[in-house]
Design a protein around this ligand. Structure first.
Ligand SMILES: Cc1cc2nc3c(=O)[nH]c(=O)nc-3n(C[C@H](O)[C@H](O)[C@H](O)COP(=O)(O)OP(=O)(O)OC[C@H]3O[C@@H](n4cnc5c(N)ncnc54)[C@H](O)[C@@H]3O)c2cc1C
Length: 488
């Protein structure tokens, strides 16, 4: 039976919120109770109890949601499935079963130690599988192996029918295929409560990875150098970076605000066979940037080699809970100089009384195995032609700074997508065109709600219609909803 935590419980204040400390913004926005479920059976009983009582359920696995979709639930109940976290393999079929509450690092560890395989997911070890896989799930091995949702072969989900009855469903490519597809990338919190993901097979974990990073001093930076770095980065991922021998390479250009002193380019690499026997691809890549870096006098970036498991453990880290705001964009092509100029402008901008030292514009290498065309049909992630994925973000501690920080980021983003490459009908957003492919639902941004075409931005036009049909069929009473959930 689920443990119920109410306002009188000393655990309440800690458990009513997730990773992003912005929510609940006010006490009145908070859920009245949190139900801690230990098993799929617990979750089913708890969900039935909440729905029968006429309360709104929100679902939490790892609690890493960027927006307020879970914590903002006035008078309602948070169903926390973080303890539904088994990672097992069926001995006869060989199918892997991962509980939706499992955290990424625990999952990587269990899959590696017991079976030598992995999920090609994100770096942060405390992200929950429940939200991560529902929204796609992307990380350092995705260019080599695709998104996690590409590997998902079945989903166990609790839906609520028209009469308010909780219905446990196992959805796969044959049974409930439309619901299955929706659970592969359309984002959590729209269709039901997922208790488990199945994977018939999973890719082998690499044996070894090489890592390197370069840093670039803001003091020595000019607009011209900055533009050259961005244009080179983009050009590489648009061209050479899509060739098969580079798919084991994952790189992040982390453009930190000037007040932090420097910005960086990090890279993880393995050959497609999961070894480091030939580092030429990596070396060629680093050579493109070394001349602008702080290490240019040594003309070489230091490359470290680690067992993949150790490297994964080191970067899994512990992401401290904090206040943050995030945006996203998929890029089909590299950066233009017009884009670089806007990025430079905002990363060198100062705002009196506000520190932007934790703000950053992160460009992640993308494509490779992610861009397998057939996956646009099989999953709900239809962005299968992009070569870079962007994540502009900012963090702050003082709640009073929230308005200025979010305004800086909103103006930055809007100006970036109002330039010559923007579609004039969708100015201010990276709407789908020859240059962009919209936004990533696992990096949700409620600022986009002001555009009536926000669902198409995240999902594409036809795909969104399909998702709405799934919503009408499996959640006809809109029991599972938040500000960016799929509409009926
Ligand atoms: C520090 C950090 C690092 C990140 N790194 C990456 C990365 O490298 N790659 C990447 O792709 N993403 C990354 N993300 C984004 C991450 O994938 C999403 O925030 C994801 O949705 C988090 O899942 P969660 O279960 O931890 O979050 P939660 O807050 O628990 O849930 C997120 C959303 O999914 C819904 N949901 C959660 N569990 C379930 C369930 N069991 N059934 C149905 N709906 C559910 C929630 O209702 C909510 O709408 C990162 C996020 C953070 C905060």
């Amino acid at each position: 039976m689920a443990v119920t935590v109410t306002r009188r419980d000393p655990r309440y204040l800690a458990l009513r919120r997730g990773h992003n400390l912005r929510w609940p913004a006010h006490d009145a926005d908070a859920a009245e109770r949190i139900l801690i479920c230990e098993s799929a059976g617990d979750a089913q009983a708890a969900l039935q109890q909440v729905v029968t009582a006429g309360l709104r359920p929100t679902v939490r696995s790892g609690g890493h949601c960027y927006e307020d979709f879970v914590a903002n639930n006035p008078g309602g109940a948070i169903l926390d499935v973080g303890s539904v976290s088994q990672v097992t393999r069926d001995a006869s079929s060989g199918t892997f079963h991962v509980g939706s509450g499992a955290q990424l690092w625990n999952t990587y560890e269990a899959l590696y130690k017991h079976y030598g395989v992995t999920l090609p997911g994100g770096v942060c070890g405390t992200v929950g599988v429940g939200g991560h896989v529902s929204g796609g799930g992307y990380g350092p091995l995705s260019r080599l192996h695709g998104l996690i949702c590409d590997w998902t072969t079945a989903v166990h989900i609790l839906t609520v029918d028209r009469n308010g009855k909780v219905m446990p469903i196992r959805a796969d490519a044959k049974e409930h295929p439309d619901l299955f597809r929706a659970c592969r990338g359309a984002g959590g919190g729209s269709f039901g409560l997922i208790t488990e993901f199945e994977f018939n097979t999973l890719p082998p974990a690499p044996s070894e990875v090489a890592k390197a990073s370069l840093s670039f001093s803001w003091e020595e930076m000019t607009l011209q150098k900055f533009t050259d770095i961005l244009v080179n980065f983009g050009k590489y991922w648009e061209t050479r970076g899509q060739e098969r021998d580079t798919w084991g390479m994952y790189s992040v250009l982390e453009l930190a605000h000037r007040s932090s002193g420097k910005f960086s380019l990090s890279v993880q690499f393995c050959n497609p066979d999961g070894t480091c026997r030939d580092l030429q691809v990596l070396q060629e890549y680093l050579n493109l940037f070394v001349k602008w870096s702080e290490k240019s006098n040594t003309a070489k970036a230091a490359i470290g080699r680690n067992d993949w498991f150790d490297a994964c453990a080191m970067s899994a880290g512990d992401a401290a809970n904090r206040r943050g705001k995030y945006k996203s964009a998929y890029m089909r092509r590299g950066f233009t100089s017009a884009e670089a100029t806007v990025i430079y402008k905002y990363l060198t901008k100062e705002i009196e009384g506000t520190s932007l030292h934790a703000a950053s514009f992160d460009a992640h290498s993308y494509g490779g195995a992610v861009n397998r065309r057939e996956m646009a049909e099989k999953t709900s992630i239809t962005q299968r032609g992009s070569v870079i994925k962007l994540q502009p973000l900012t963090y702050w501690e003082d709640p009073q700074e929230g308005a200025t920080q979010t305004q800086w980021l909103a103006e930055f983003y809007e100006e970036l997508y109002s330039g010559p490459d923007a579609d004039p009908q969708h100015a201010g957003t990276p709407y789908w065109n020859h240059q962009y492919q919209g936004c990533y639902i696992n990096y949700p941004d409620v600022d986009m709600l002001k555009y009536n075409y926000w669902p198409q931005l995240y999902y594409g036009e036809d795909n969104y219609k399909q998702l709405q049909a799934v919503k009408r069929r499996y959640d006809p009473n809109n029991v599972f909803h938040h500000s960016m959930s799929v509409r009926l």
